[in-house]
Design a protein around this ligand. Structure first.
Ligand code: NAP
Ligand code: ZN
Length: 341
């Protein structure tokens, strides 16, 4: 970050075409808005959504752009109307950078549902950079006990699994399945345990079994084994799918108990096709969930601090972001790549 006469230059890594490598890129963010904070970035996680955006899997990527939305850093400047943050605060920034602040959803604390919600790295430049500016409400103070490297992935992966567990009322009597033990899933195991549930890890990777049990799973199911999938029919009150690939959705719905819900947070490429009768007969439901509101982010970080939830990370210098992305694409990272400045 270079400062010159009230304006700054932000230096980052941008992608210029679908699927391209990241290359050095700089931009001038202009005047600091009255409600914004400027944050010097120390850490940024590599979420699979960054990869979907880089590859234009969702059809709305605009190039060039700097990815990154699992950010931790220090506030270096505040706009004239900012009262809730001060220079020197350590903060975390997730998927969302701004919202309208006045609609029905913003008024009731569900800013993530605002129609004007602005994602941190869609139509804006994100966290694979030395600095960023966001509305101060979306820069969440990080509890002192949490290390920046372990907390950065909580800002997207963590909240994306925390919110549905909370909003679906998971409790000690709940039987919970977490499908896909990657960046989201390994935090899902830890949070589901913190909610007191009996937890099952469902994974295509047999070699993750021992670590999944250490992270809080009571059981491990190898989803490549059709026999094992059949055996768990009627097992779960709540199933959270974090997988970015197509799956045997019918087998997953069949693994729900009556009144159970399957919540989808991973983004598979094809539509989800399932039979109606298992939903009707067992009064089962399918739902989706985005990241979460600033209120839920505050709560999630507090829960993480008090229950020892932390991302297991592999660290890469920011300049080696392309290496980190290649490793995520091969599903070789255990369990979240974090870029450091
Ligand atoms: P990740 O770290 O790459 O983990 C995905 C996991 O899915 C893998 O570790 C793997 O776990 C499992 N998997 C099973 N089959 C797979 C296959 N064919 N290819 C790749 N993975 C496979 O990704 P992530 O960062 O956790 O993100 C997961 C998904 O959630 C992405 O689609 C992402 O865009 C989405 N997401 C959604 C939200 C939201 O707001 N709803 C927020 C963040 C991310 P096993 O080895 O255990 O099978
Ligand atoms: Zn994300």
């Amino acid at each position: 970050m270079k400062a010159a006469m009230n304006t700054i230059e932000i230096h980052g890594l941008a992608v210029h075409a679908a699927g391209a490598q990241l290359v050095p890129y700089k931009y001038e963010p202009g005047e600091l808005k009255t409600n914004e904070v400027e944050v010097s970035i120390s850490h940024c996680g590599v979420c699979h959504s960054d990869i979907h955006l880089i590859d234009n899997d969702w059809g709305f990527s605009k190039y060039p752009f700097i990815p990154g939305h699992e950010i931790v850093g220090t506030v270096t400047a505040i706009g004239s109307e900012v009262k809730d943050r001060k220079v020197g605060d350590r903060v975390g920034i997730g998927w969302q950078a701004d919202s309208c602040g006045i609609c029905e959803w913003c008024r009731q604390g569900d800013e993530h549902l605002c129609a004007q919600a602005q994602p941190t790295c869609v139509g804006r430049n994100g966290g694979y950079a030395d600095a960023i500016r966001v509305n101060s409400r979306f820069a969440i103070p990080v509890p002192e006990i949490l290390k920046s490297e372990n907390v950065a992935p909580l800002l997207c992966a963590g909240i994306t699994v925390y919110s549905p567990l909370r909003n679906h009322g998971v409790r000690p009597s709940s039987r919970v399945g977490i499908v896909g033990i990657g960046g989201l899933g390994h935090l899902g195991l830890q949070f589901a345990k913190a909610f007191g549930a009996e937890v099952t890890a469902l994974s295509t990777s047999k070699d993750k079994e021992a670590e999944a049990l250490e992270m809080g799973a009571d059981h491990f199911v190898n989803t490549r084994d059709m026999g094992a999938l059949k055996k768990i029919a009627g097992s779960f009150d709540f199933l959270l799918s974090t997988v970015s690939a197509d799956q045997d959705w019918q087998a997953l719905v069949n693994s729900l108990r009556p009144k159970g819900t399957m919540c989808v947070v991973g983004v598979p490429p094809s539509p989800i096709s399932i039979q109606a009768f298992p939903l009707i007969g067992g009064q089962r439901a399918i739902s989706g969930s985005p990241t979460g509101s600033p209120r839920d982010l505050h709560e999630m970080l507090d829960v993480a601090a008090r229950h020892g939830v932390k991302a297991i990370t592999e660290r890469f210098p920011m300049a080696k972001a392309n290496e980190a992305i290649a490793k995520v694409k091969k599903s070789k990272v255990r369990y979240r790549a974090v870029l450091t400045n």
